[in-house]
Design a protein around this ligand. Structure first.
Ligand code: ADP
Length: 707
């Protein structure tokens, strides 16, 4: 190859470099580069440069010319895409046809193939810019010029060999390197521009970020990797009430204490920096401690090494202050709640003791009184006292439920016998009997006959009493149906009780409310009852493991339901209570101490026990009991738990140290606490709560002597 050809090709190369520079200004930096008109213009410009290149060719023979059109067209396809490349290709094609000569077919073939290969890369190997792009460019250049080399076969046969001989060296040392260089050069310009853009964006973002941090109502600090402050915002400066200059460059940990009030150390701070959040305390001279709750983000450089820390801190001093106050308030509320409960149990004691006497003596007098009028008065006294007792009991129950002290005593009992028994009480209810058009029915399915249930029958009766009494109270005529059935609810066998009435009904919006404490349908000054009954029922049903609900329609009637788990008796369980009927005193010739400080209560008990040749002694405190026991053999002590000087509990403990024989039945008016468990633990054989019911007393005395 002569120097002349080489020189011409170098001249071509410089045109290509000029083209590359045009790419930078015309294309990369042009925001309108995707516009169609601009694409067409670009195609014309590229075509024009191609023509220029073709105008300074290396002429091998007449009609066989070589230039770098393959390079520019391939690169055009690669960088500019379809429309500009198509236009440039068409222009080059027209010019080549116009030139004619022996190399015309080869020339046309090169003009058609080179841009196609470039376009293939542009559209189908889009990632080439991000991969090893030099290798990609080499591949592209190589393929373009392999084709070119192949096209020499389109030359007249006599010229093929001589052309190939000069061409291969040009391909290897000029065309392929030129394609790679041009591609690399253009790509570099593109990347440089993108970098500048990215830098600009970064600076803008940083500015925005700093502005946000400055305006933030939270403290913001950025530390370098040595934990020295190099950015802080206004809120932080104001929070610490210090000068910016004094804080800048200072080690962060030197400013703070940890939550244990120990100065922060660099090491500890490093521990904290692993956490997303931590708390510090700043001790200022003038005001109290400032508590800051930090969120920390580690900042990494490109090598993934820690470059610093960004911290956002919330001033939680005030919140902590309020929390402290809140805790105090809660503690206070809990304390007063506890006091309220204690007050309620005390007051219940105080009220139940005199009630005990009123009801007991009224009962005795009714039995003896022949004068009808007096008997009626006495009955009213007894009825009213019982009412009062109901209210006291309700208050005690609700306070027990609230404090979790309501005790459930489960036992086995015959459900059929039990329901039949309570139904008899409802049938003879005075209020029911006074309403001529109202009657009560019982529906007890046969399959419940003989079934033993393990539950607390006293509590079940309490719930039923409430529901039936309400039904009677709120129904003037029609029927009240009490029914029980077995039902499977959520995979568990439940006994569902239903009390249905044809009374005034309950409005929809009150259906849930009535189960809340003190809530009634008629929330005005003219209401009867306390509004406690249903909330007690709800509490007890839940303790028993069931649920309570109501369906109702105003003026049609209500149906109250409650469910309890149907736990049956196993084959070996025999300790269920058979006696649900009245019982007489079956104990004779025993010596009994009634330990009771209240005069009236003593008289009442004495009256009940003045039979069956029982010998009665009285003690007014524990000491007197012990004294009496020294002189004679005692069979039974009815031990009041709260007596002056020496309480019943204390006295029982002393007795049990030496005497395991004597029967002790504890009697108490204390409604709170787990009385039964407490007295039994102390050594009592039984427990009876005031006001004392005659039958219950006889039953318990019979029981202790039977065992
Ligand atoms: P109390 O009956 O002492 O007011 P409860 O808690 O037992 O308290 O009942 C709450 C309220 O629910 C009652 O005041 C009454 O308004 C309504 N209620 C309860 N049972 C019935 C019923 N069977 N029919 C209509 N209303 C009822």
């Amino acid at each position: 190859m002569s120097l002349k050809y080489f020189f011409i090709i170098v001249q071509n190369a410089s045109l290509l470099i000029t083209f590359a520079l045009l790419y930078n200004y015309l294309w990369i930096k042009n925001p309108k580069k995707n516009n169609l008109v601009f694409r067409i213009i670009s195609g014309v410009i590229i075509g024009f440069v191609t023509l220029l290149i073709m105008s300074f060719p290396a002429i091998f023979f007449k009609g066989i010319i070589f230039d770098t059109r393959s390079v520019i067209l391939a690169i055009s396809g690669l960088f500019f895409g379809f429309i500009p490349t198509l236009i440039a290709t068409l222009l080059a094609l027209a010019y080549r046809i116009y030139l004619g000569g022996d190399g015309i077919y080869m020339g046309i073939a090169v003009i058609l193939t080179s841009p196609l290969i470039g376009l293939y890369w542009h559209y189908f190997r889009k990632q080439w810019k991000t991969k090893k792009f030099i290798l990609e460019l080499l591949k592209l250049a190589f393929i373009v010029h392999i084709f070119m080399f192949g096209y020499t076969s389109l030359l007249p046969k006599d010229k093929i060999f001589i052309t190939v001989e000069s061409l291969w060296i040009n391909l290897l040392f000029v065309y392929i390197p030129a394609t790679v260089f041009l591609g690399w050069f253009m790509l570099n310009q593109e990347l440089a521009f993108k970098n500048i853009q990215a830098d600009k964006k970064l600076i803008e973002t940083q500015k925005r970020f700093i502005t946000i941090l400055q305006k933030l109502k939270l403290s913001a600090v950025i530390l370098n990797k040595n934990q020295e402050i190099y950015f802080l915002n206004k809120t932080f400066i104001e929070t610490l009430n210090q000068n910016e200059e004094d804080l800048m460059g200072k080690k962060f940990y030197e400013l703070f204490y940890d939550t244990n009030n120990k100065p922060l150390s660099e090491l500890r701070l490093k521990d904290y920096f692993i956490l997303p959040n931590f708390e510090t305390i700043f001790k200022s001279k003038d005001i109290n401690d400032i508590h800051l709750y930090w969120t920390v983000v580690q900042l990494y450089d490109l090598n993934k090494e820690i470059q610093g820390y960004a911290l956002i801190g919330e001033n939680i001093t005030e919140r902590l202050h309020y929390e402290k106050e809140l805790h105090l308030a809660i503690a206070k509320a809990e304390e007063s709640d506890r006091l309220k409960t204690a007050f309620l149990s005390n007051i219940s004691h105080e009220i139940r003791t005199p009630l005990n006497s009123i009801i007991g003596f009224a009962d005795l007098l009714i039995e003896k009184e022949d004068d009808d009028e007096k008997r009626e008065f006495l009955t009213i006294i007894k009825y009213s006292s019982n009412k009062l007792l109901d209210i006291v009991n309700d208050i005690i129950d609700i306070s027990r439920l609230e404090t979790g002290q309501m005790k459930i005593n489960r036992e086995y009992f015959d459900i059929w016998v039990f329901i039949s028994f309570v139904f008899k009480i409802y049938e003879s209810d005075k209020v029911l009997l006074s309403k001529n058009n109202l009657k009560i029915n019982l529906d007890l399915p046969d399959y419940l006959k003989g079934q033993k249930l393990y539950s607390d029958k006293t509590r079940i009766q309490q719930i039923l009493n409430n529901l039936v009494n309400n039904a009677i109270k709120y129904t003037d005529k029609g029927e009240i149906d009490l029914s029980v059935e077995l039902s499977r609810i959520n995979g568990t066998d439940m006994l569902v009780f239903k009390v249905k009435d044809t009374g005034r009904g309950i409005p929809d919006n009150m259906l849930n409310v009535i189960f809340e404490r003190f809530r009634q349908v008629e929330e005005n000054d003219y209401r009867i009852g306390t509004g406690l009954g249903l909330s007690i029922c709800k509490g007890i049903v839940e303790l028993l493991g069931g649920q309570i609900w109501v369906e109702s329609k105003v003026d049609v009637g209500s149906s109250f339901y409650f469910s309890i788990p149907f736990v049956q008796m196993g084959e070996n369980d025999t300790n269920y209570n058979k006696d649900d009927v009245d019982e007489d005193l079956k104990v004779f010739n025993k010596t009994i101490i009634i330990a009771e400080d209240d005069q009236n209560s003593f008289y009442y008990l004495n009256k009940l026990l003045s039979r069956n040749h029982l010998k009665i002694y009285r003690a007014t405190n524990g000491k007197e009991v012990l004294e009496l026991m020294k002189n004679q053999k005692i069979d039974l002590i009815l031990m009041d738990i709260s007596m002056p000087e020496m309480s019943g509990i204390e006295c029982t403990k002393i007795i049990r140290q030496t005497d395991k024989e004597v029967k002790i039945i504890a009697q108490t008016a204390y409604a709170s606490l787990n009385d039964r468990d407490r007295t039994i633990e102390t050594g009592c054989d039984e427990f009876i709560s005031k006001p004392i019911n005659k039958i219950e007393l006889y039953k318990k005395i019979n029981a202790v002597f039977q065992n």
